[in-house]
Design a protein around this ligand. Structure first.
Ligand code: AP5
Length: 219
C-alpha cells in the first residue's frame, strides 16, 4: 500500500507510522527523520536544513522532492510505503503525483489525522525522542520505563531542537497556511480519510486500520 499521512505537528503521525510500518512490512518514510540524519552526518544539505528546521521553517520544495524521488525508488519501497511529513505544500503534492504516475504506482490512500491546537502544543512540549533509534515518547502519555533511557535500544532520550514554544507556534501556523489545504486536494481525488488523533495511541491505531480498510470488526 502507498499511503500519505497528513496532519499537524504532534498529532501522532510518526507514532502511528512506526506501528503501521511493522504491520504492513513497508517502510515509514519521515522526511523530518531523513533531514535530521543529514544534519547528524554534517552533509551540505544537513547544514542548510539545520537552521531552517530549528526555526520551524520549511526546507525548499526542490530539495524535498529530490529526496523523496530517490527514496521511493529504492527496493524496500517497491511494494509500498508510508509518507510521514511529505507532502507539505501544493508543489510537493503535485510533484509526488507526477513521480508516482510515471512509475505507475499511484497513492492508495491519504490519512488526515486531526487534533485541536492545545492538544498538539502539549504533545510537542512533552515529546522525547531517542537520539540513537528515533523511538518517540511523551513524558506524561508515553513515558519510557527508565527516565531518559530508550526502552527499545537503551539510547539517551532528548528533546528535539524545534520543540521550543516559539518554533512550535511557527510550525503550527505554517501547517495551517501551507499544508492544511492539501486535505481538499486529496479529497477532490477521492483519496482522503480522516482519523481522530485525540484518542489514546491504541485507539488511534484501531481507527486508522479501519479507515484504510485493514480493521477487524469486533462483534
Ligand atoms: P518533522 O520531523 O516531520 O516534524 P513535524 O512536522 O513537526 O511533525 P512531528 O514529528 O512533530 O509530529 P508527529 O505527528 O509525527 O507527532 P509524533 O508521533 O512525534 O519535520 C521537522 C522539520 O523538517 C520541519 O519543521 C521542516 O523544517 C522539515 N521538513 C520535514 N518535511 C518537510 C517537507 N516535506 N518540506 C519541507 N520541510 C520539511 O507525536 C508527538 C508527541 O505526542 C509524542 O511525544 C508522542 O509520544 C505523543 N503522542 C502521539 N500520539 C499520541 C496519542 N494518541 N495520545 C497521546 N500522546 C500521543
Amino acid at each position: 500500500m502507498r499511503i500519505v499521512f497528513l496532519g499537524p505537528q504532534g498529532v501522532g503521525k510518526g507514532t502511528q507510522g512506526a506501528r503501521l510500518s511493522e504491520r504492513l512490512s513497508v517502510p515509514a518514510l519521515s522526511t523530518g527523520d531523513m533531514l535530521r540524519a543529514e544534519v547528524r552526518s554534517g552533509t551540505e544539505l544537513g547544514l542548510q536544513a539545520d537552521a531552517l528546521m530549528k526555526a520551524g521553517e520549511l526546507v525548499s520544495d526542490a530539495i524535498m522532492l529530490g529526496m523523496i524521488r530517490t527514496r521511493v525508488a529504492q527496493a524496500d519501497a517497491a511494494t509500498g510505503f508510508i509518507l510521514d511529513g511529505f507532502p507539505r505544500t501544493l508543489a510537493q503534492a503535485e510533484g509526488l503525483d507526477a513521480t508516482l504516475v510515471s512509475a505507475s504506482a499511484p497513492l492508495d490512500v491519504v490519512v488526515l489525522f486531526e487534533a485541536p491546537r492545545d492538544v498538539l502544543e502539549s504533545r510537542l512540549t512533552g515529546r522525547r525522542t531517542c537520539g540513537d533509534c528515533g523511538a518517540v515518547y511523551h513524558v506524561l502519555s508515553q513515558p519510557s520505563s527508565r527516565e531518559g533511557v530508550c526502552d527499545r535500544c537503551g539510547g539517551g532520550l532528548v528533546q528535539r531542537a524545534d520543540d521550543t514554544p516559539e518554533a512550535i507556534g511557527r510550525r503550527l501556523d505554517l501547517y495551517e497556511r501551507q499544508t492544511a489545504p492539501l486535505a481538499d486536494y486529496y479529497a477532490a481525488r477521492g483519496l482522503l480519510v480522516r482519523v481522530d488523533g485525540t484518542r489514546a495511541v491504541g485507539e488511534v491505531r484501531s481507527d486508522l486500520l479501519m479507515a484504510i480498510g485493514l480493521g477487524e470488526v469486533v462483534s
